[in-house]
Design a protein around this ligand. Structure first.
Ligand SMILES: NC(=O)c1ccc[n+]([C@@H]2O[C@H](COP(=O)([O-])OP(=O)(O)OC[C@H]3O[C@@H](n4cnc5c(N)ncnc54)[C@H](O)[C@@H]3O)[C@@H](O)[C@H]2O)c1
Length: 525
């Protein structure tokens, strides 16, 4: 059959870009041009946006019936025309001092949250060290390499001290933080017993929970209300009461709850008015994590999303964050396997080594693993985990090296391992003359041990951003996330070294210091 006898599908790339995974438009573009295959899950997403059945979409792709407007293609290739990059000389904000106590509110008091709380209490008592925390142990170089100025982050910018933090949170189980930490079995029991008194006073507030979004667990410590707006109001009351009873000057909220099922933004997510109407009408598409985020932002409390859920990154929540001038960031802490991936992939690419495929599998036995055993929750995680390689390797710019590589991720719930996750990566690479090589990574990690310092840093940096009046998405905190939030028209940076440079330059900028470009001509002039 000749091509003329078929329909030709004109693709609205702007629409596609808006509704598919961030940073993926190049991938979809090449798919549409017939230059590349796409995995079923991704193809289904594109088909849905284009309003085609998967079969029809597949036929049209194989017969190369798509037509992309070249002007639109150019626009996608240079989204910078719309995005005003932060100018180094942009006026530096005035930062309010970190006076008084600060609340760290954690929805979900499971393994990660209790490892943070227990860890901070142990560190405060001088019984341990904040290993893994950039805010506590990191240095930032200032000026020339010959200047020997390398202060600690906490000496460069005014961060809250650990003594000023007061922890609180919500959970569907009513165990206090000490009991929950014993259940999670991450912190050694002999260490944990030394902060039993401090942790036992952290009692979870009753949760906003809906089993539809987290199917594998349920508990009794839940609120009841007539509609979702009332749930949000109850959370706002909790925040106000917690601040008052602990004499806090301010608070931040960091989602440490279970991973909710995979969700796409719908009508209620489109703008703030629609979202508030959705809350009043208890729209089934509004998840508990979104209700927490709404309550936080309405209360002027910065919010970070540590899970891959659709919690914040939709227009209604961005509108609210902007309106309240409250910092937000997410999503999904970058810890075990994705952390490794974003270390290795930039290295392979820097040497122009090719990739045939990357297969990742894990065994994990904690409650997070149990929740992820539900395919719909796993789907949320999978989407978050798959994005990084495509964006780092840029297959469209480097087709000889990265066109059509296979990327698979598996997580298997295996109770005997508890929180001690084991991850295997098999990486099939190729070098000079196409010669194949393999890399094997076997990472025996401790999931919550890797996540806890990130939660601490996020709490302190979000508070810093709040005191500096920096509302909206905090892209400089991408360093901490598998799937970083960015403004529309911008793809996220996944390369951990670029992310670190961005974070440190933001700290330099906040401190009124010169940004470091690493050009280094001055040493030779
Ligand atoms: N540990 C890591 O390395 C890591 C990395 C990336 C992301 N995460 C994410 O962080 C989150 C926490 O991980 P974890 O290992 O502590 O899991 P966990 O299962 O030990 O703790 C999650 C807690 O959230 C509670 N919860 C669920 N829904 C809730 C709700 N609506 N309100 C209040 N509480 C609720 C659960 O009862 C549970 O106690 C998970 O979503 C996980 O996917 C963890």
């Amino acid at each position: 059959m000749s091509q003329q006898s078929h329909d030709t599908y004109a693709v609205n790339l702007r629409r596609l870009e808006k509704h598919v995974k961030p940073g993926y438009h190049h991938l979809y573009l090449s798919l549409i041009k017939g230059e590349r295959d796409l995995k079923l899950a991704d193809a289904a997403q594109v088909a849905e946006v284009l309003g085609l059945s998967l079969d029809r979409f597949h036929d049209a792709v194989t017969q190369k019936l798509f037509r992309a407007d070249s002007r639109q293609t150019d626009l996608l290739r240079s989204p910078a025309h719309k995005v005003k990059e932060a100018q180094p000389k942009r006026m530096r904000p005035t930062i309010a001092p970190p006076e008084g106590k600060m609340g760290v509110l954690l929805p979900g008091m499971g393994a990660v949250a209790t490892t943070v709380i227990g860890g901070v209490e142990l560190i405060k008592k001088g019984l341990s060290q904040p290993i893994g925390s950039l805010s506590q142990l990191g240095h930032v170089r200032l000026g020339k390499r010959t200047d020997a100025r390398n202060p600690l982050v906490q000496d460069l910018v005014p961060l809250a001290g650990l003594d000023q933090l007061v922890f609180g949170g919500w959970d569907i189980y009513d165990s206090n933080a000490y009991e929950a930490a014993r259940h999670a079995a991450v912190i050694d029991s002999s260490l944990l017993s030394q902060v039993q008194n401090e942790m036992s006073t952290v009692q979870p507030m009753s949760a906003v929970f809906e089993n539809r979004f987290v199917t594998r667990i349920d508990g009794q410590n839940k609120k009841t209300a007539a509609n979702k707006m009332q749930y949000a109001e109850a959370l706002m009351q909790d925040i106000a009461d917690f601040k008052q009873s602990n004499n806090l000057s301010r608070a931040v909220m960091i989602w440490c709850g279970s991973t909710e099922i995979y969700q796409r933004a719908t009508g209620s997510h489109e703008n703030l008015a629609a979202f508030e109407k959705g809350l009043l009408q208890s729209d089934p598409e509004i998840s508990p994590s979104q209700i927490y985020a709404y309550a936080a932002l309405k209360s002027g409390v910065p919010f970070a999303n540590g899970a891959p859920n659709l919690t914040l990154d939709f227009p209604a929540m961005l509108e609210l964050a902007k309106k309240m001038n409250v910092p937000i960031c997410g999503k999904d802490y970058k810890t075990g396997q994705t952390f490794m991936k974003t270390l290795l992939a930039p290295g392979l690419k820097s040497r122009l080594l090719g990739l045939h495929g990357w297969f990742s599998t894990n065994i994990l036995g904690n409650r997070d693993g149990q929740v992820l055993d539900d395919p719909d929750s796993f789907k949320t995680k999978e989407v978050s985990k798959l994005g990084a390689l495509e964006v780092i390797l840029q297959p469209e710019e480097y087709p000889v090296l990265y066109k059509n590589f296979d990327h698979m991720v598996r997580i298997n719930y295996y109770p005997p391992r508890g929180d001690a996750k084991e991850g295997w990566d098999n990486i099939d690479i190729f070098g000079w003359l196409g010669a194949p090589m393999q890399i094997k990574v076997n990472f025996l990690c401790r999931d919550s041990i890797l996540a806890a310092p990130l939660v601490l840093d996020l709490a302190l940096f979000l508070d810093l951003a709040q005191r500096a009046g920096m509302g909206g998405i905090q892209e400089w905190l991408s360093f901490y996330f598998k799937s970083p939030m960015v403004v529309e028209d911008l793809y996220p940076e996944h390369d951990i070294f670029i992310q670190l440079m961005k974070l440190k330059n933001t700290l330099r900028w906040l401190a009124g210091e010169e940004l470091i470009t690493h050009l280094g001509r001055e040493y030779y002039d």
